[in-house]
Design a protein around this ligand. Structure first.
Ligand SMILES: [Fe+2]
Length: 257
């Protein structure tokens, strides 16, 4: 008996698995986002923790889309994320291909617990990633890679979220937080990790309400008609284009049907 062999490619310290030996290499497709993310030194970061939410009752694409736009911050995360990184301030970058990126400057009053609001909602800032510029220190970048990986890049951490299909209407959501290696030597590291986990749980629970609602809506008959996207939802449009391309590339030609 022989175990199957899969193609592996390393990208910024991440091991990417591909089940199709025939597709082109990944790195050339991601050259532009690699440049944009270079200041964070992804390959040098270490895993602080991974949490997972198994059996989320929605198709994986519903989860991915939720994590691919900040438009929903103003509703779903009105009292948590939106205070720190207001969705309305997000600028979505022009991009083409199998990725997107966007940047949200920190809200000046939201970033300072002394300025009011619920301090428990403001993430503790841990050890900063070395070498970041003013732009990286002043906001959050979100970068997504089709089909199912999104990362949120902050001055002290990079968080990866993967949505793994487990059935037509279920998926597992995996969250991994990376920090600079120096962070683990900080005496406050344990408390930082605990605060980060708690905050993620709050945010994930907020997202689960939205994700479950969208899935319920998709099951209605007639199905939702869609409608126009907000400019903040450009990544969803790109994702749909990506899916359409992939589906049409793998669909049998009409004469084969
Ligand atoms: Fe969300």
């Amino acid at each position: 008996m022989r175990l199957p062999r899969y193609r592996l490619e390393e990208w910024n310290g991440l091991l990417m698995v591909c089940a199709d030996p025939g597709v082109p290499p990944l790195a050339p497709q991601l050259a532009e986002p690699a440049d944009r993310l270079a200041p964070y030194g992804l390959a040098d970061l270490v895993v602080a923790y991974t949490d997972r939410w198994d059996g989320v009752p929605a198709n994986w694409k519903v989860g991915f889309e939720n994590g691919s736009e900040n438009y929903h911050h103003m509703g779903t995360h009105a009292s948590t994320l939106d205070i720190l990184v207001p969705g309305k301030d997000t600028v979505v970058d022009e991009s083409a291909g199998r990725w997107f990126s966007m940047y949200t400057p920190f809200a000046l009053d939201g970033a300072d617990p002394a300025a009011g609001g619920d301090a428990a909602d403001v993430p503790r800032v841990g050890t900063l990633i070395p070498g970041l510029g003013e732009r990286e220190l002043s906001g959050m970048t979100v970068a997504g890679f089709f089909p199912n990986l999104v990362m949120a890049l902050l001055p002290d951490s990079v968080t990866f979220v993967r949505w793994v299909p487990t059935g037509p209407v279920t998926h597992d959501a995996l969250v991994t937080v990376l920090v600079p290696p120096q962070a683990e030597r900080d005496p406050g590291f344990g408390a930082y990790v605990e605060a980060s986990r708690r905050q993620f749980e709050v945010i994930q629970n907020e997202d689960l309400v939205a994700v479950r609602g969208v899935q319920r809506g998709l099951a209605t008959d007639p199905a939702p008609s869609g409608g126009r996207f907000s400019h903040l939802e450009r990544p969803l449009w790109q994702f749909q284009r990506y899916l359409a391309d992939r589906l049409s590339a793998t669909a049998p030609a009409p004469e084969q049907l």
